[in-house]
Design a protein around this ligand. Structure first.
Ligand code: ZN
Length: 231
């Protein structure tokens, strides 16, 4: 059981739908790479009010969103679309913006599909979102490999991110499906003239038969907002 922001699922699932339809006729040349998709998701999530529910895992959005909430869905759709356009105009420099990822299954019997890890960094004095720094994700003190080479780790906070960062770690082979394992992650934020700020968090994941490559099918894990000084 935990507290969960249902908006995250809704935004990711709308994002998937929009990207699939854009793919067919991309007149506006919107970038559909995974990083731009997630940047767009953050853009929308930072502008939507969170909607919290108590959850175990595997929430069915249909249960929580009926016809009465149609207006909200329309808002989500338009914000996601707006986000994709904004992100496309200011594409992240320094990598290839290749089309969507496909982590190939290998011989493993099952996989731990790590959720997309989302967080925000604020300046501890001004409470403004932090920009222009590199945040790095570690698993047991080693840098984490992302779903594909297109993905950034370290993740550079650019202006458009409003302090939000996202990581989507590669799925990790497991012996069998249904196995629960606790993963020890940390994010490292550089601080000028001092030791970096390291935020540790644990993430329980249950292994599944298949690799999840679709953002909409994947879960998200939001870590606590981080406040830094002199970064
Ligand atoms: Zn892109």
């Amino acid at each position: 059981m935990g507290i969960h922001n249902i908006m995250e699922e809704l935004v990711l699932s709308e994002l998937d739908k929009i990207c699939n339809s854009v793919k067919k006729d991309n007149v506006q040349d919107i970038c559909l790479c995974t990083q731009c998709r997630l940047d767009a998701a953050c853009y929308a999530l930072n502008r939507l009010e969170p909607h919290y529910i108590v959850s175990s895992r595997g929430i069915l959005r249909e249960e929580h969103f009926d016809a009465g909430n149609m207006q909200k869905l329309v808002d989500i759709t338009s914000l996601v679309y707006q986000g994709l356009k904004q992100v496309g105009i200011n594409r992240r420099p320094g990598f290839e913006h290749k089309d969507c990822i496909e982590q190939k299954s290998d011989e493993a019997a099952a996989y731990f599909n790590i959720p997309v890890i989302i967080g925000r960094v604020f300046d501890g004095r001004s409470f403004e979102p932090v920009r222009g720094i590199d945040i790095e994700l570690f698993l047991n003190d080693s840098p984490v490999k992302m779903k594909d080479a297109n993905w950034q780790n370290p993740f550079r906070l650019i202006e458009k991110n409003e302090g939000a960062f996202t990581f989507w770690p590669v799925s990790i082979p497991a012996k069998k499906a249904g196995e629960q394992k606790l993963f020890n992650f940390s994010v490292k934020i550089p601080i000028v003239d001092a030791l970096p700020l390291i935020h540790y968090f644990e993430l329980p994941v249950v292994s599944e038969k298949d690799i999840v490559n679709s953002l909409a099918m994947n879960r998200t894990h939001k870590i606590a907002d981080l406040y830094v000084f002199d970064c």
